[in-house]
Ligand binder design. Structure first.
Ligand code: CTP
Length: 416
């Protein structure tokens, strides 16, 4: 759990943001410790309220020990995060920038819909006028009941974002809709509620991952690209409000549900998928490690080693350059972010290579990656980059997380 999505989303721009977490009585409430940890790891300030129901399963001490501050209960002393007297039922409303209630029980939905203020969490939600996210979890028959569905409809009508439960077997042994959405989805929903929506209305295409060029029935030509840089780009654009199309080579990480994913295998398939999307796009980020050449196929059958004990030769044909072709054929207003995977002795040498590649590819912005630098490049979580734009502005970024790189590259591309 909490891996692929989270590393793609975990950039430092959320540090210092304030979120309130309301936790109700449901077996799924133990999962909130993981969500809290992921949020705290990103530097967010998180306060928590446990209902009496939640306290049947987890203790305030658990969340305090992890770093939530403060942790409210129905019986908490009236202290704020600085240890001073405060109106606890009003505090998240005054300080938090978003509130997530997860898991939300059927009774919590009824209290929220009814505008009740009979317990700490209900009162805090009533006194909160920022973005409210609610992730219900309950027995499938309770979820399907008209009373619950009416409450959900009421909350939606008021602008509450409901993270509808998933299908499967619930802890009580029943099958159906009632499972709390995944911790990854909870984390992403919180980040989306806090993210600037500066890419809202923009249509974005990202190519990512390797391509795989088949040779015989079992072998192919490829490279070790993990797709993590592209996943970070797709996730960041989606968090910031863009409509995102991701053209993914084999083995790319999972992406948020809101991102439209097009899985392809070969460079030719990636080219065709990207080309058919491109005319509708405003921005393109070409992070895929596309195989420049494909082996001339041996065929569908497996190549047998008999008769080739002294080795053999394979010929290659060229593949289309997706970035260059789409960049040169772009319509007015489209912006292009390209990448360069290079081996270079130092960052200055990398920058020189990047200058030439930006020019050849006609990209508005080009980010060159030293794939031979320790801890950087294919399959890692961080990159050292030489970045430059068409106006000659140049920057060197050393050892930054791919999530941070993605965030900064979009900001730069919007400006250029
Ligand atoms: N690219 C592409 N289609 C290709 C090759 C590369 O779209 N057939 C894109 C990559 O996604 C990247 C940029 O072009 O954004 C540069 O890729 P890179 O592999 O660094 O360079 P190449 O163009 O392949 O040139 P070379 O291998 O000679 O450095």
């Amino acid at each position: 759990m909490m891996d692929a999505f989270s590393s793609a989303a975990q950039n430092t721009s959320f540090a210092g943001r304030r979120l309130h977490l309301g936790i109700c009585g449901s077996i799924a409430c133990y999962k909130m410790a993981d969500v809290l940890r992921a949020l705290l790891k990103m530097g967010l300030h998180v306060s928590v309220t446990l209902t009496d129901g939640a306290r049947q399963f987890v203790t305030p001490g658990l969340f305090e020990a992890l770093g939530a501050m403060p942790v409210f209960t129905n019986h908490a002393p009236r202290q704020d995060s600085f240890g001073e007297e405060a109106f606890a039922h009003l505090e998240p409303g005054q300080r938090a920038e978003a509130m997530l209630i997860a898991p939300a029980s059927a009774d919590a939905l009824a209290r929220l819909a009814g505008g009740r203020a009979c317990d700490m969490l209900s009162a805090q939600a009533l006194a909160f006028d920022g973005p409210l996210l609610v992730a219900p979890a309950m027995n499938p028959r309770m979820w399907a009941h008209a009373a619950t569905q009416d409450n959900v409809a009421t909350l939606r009508r008021r602008g509450v974002r409901i993270l509808a439960p998933g299908n499967g077997s619930t802890a009580c042994g029943d099958q159906g809709q009632g499972r709390l959405v995944s911790s990854d989805e909870l984390l992403l929903a919180c980040l989306q509620a806090l993210a600037p929506q500066d890419m809202a209305g923009l249509r974005v295409m990202v190519t990512l991952g390797p391509t795989r060029e088949p040779w015989d029935g079992v072998r192919f030509w490829s490279n070790p690209s993990s797709g993590r840089m592209g996943a970070a780009l797709a996730t960041a654009a989606w968090l910031r409000g863009a409509t995102v199309e991701a053209v993914c080579g084999p083995g790319c990480p999972p992406l948020p549900d809101g991102v439209r994913r097009h899985d392809v295998r070969t460079a030719r398939e990636m080219f065709e998928a990207a080309q058919s999307l491109w005319s509708e796009m405003d921005l393109g980020a070409f992070s895929a490690a596309v195989a420049d050449f494909s082996p001339v196929p041996y065929g569908e059958a497996k190549f047998k080693k008999e008769g080739a004990s002294d080795g053999f030769s394979v010929s290659f044909t060229s593949n289309p350059d997706i970035l260059r072709t789409l960049s040169l054929g772009r319509r007015e207003g489209q912006k292009v972010l390209g990448f360069a995977a290079e081996t270079a002795p130092d960052m200055d040498a990398l920058m020189t290579l990047v200058r030439g590649k930006r020019q050849r590819k006609q990209a508005d912005l080009l980010a060159g990656n030293a794939v031979n630098a320790p801890g950087c490049g294919f399959g890692t979580d961080s990159n050292s980059m030489a970045v430059l734009d068409k106006n000659g502005h140049e920057e060197i970024w050393t050892s930054q997380s791919k999530a941070d790189v993605a965030w900064k590259l979009w900001s730069w591309l919007l400006r250029v």
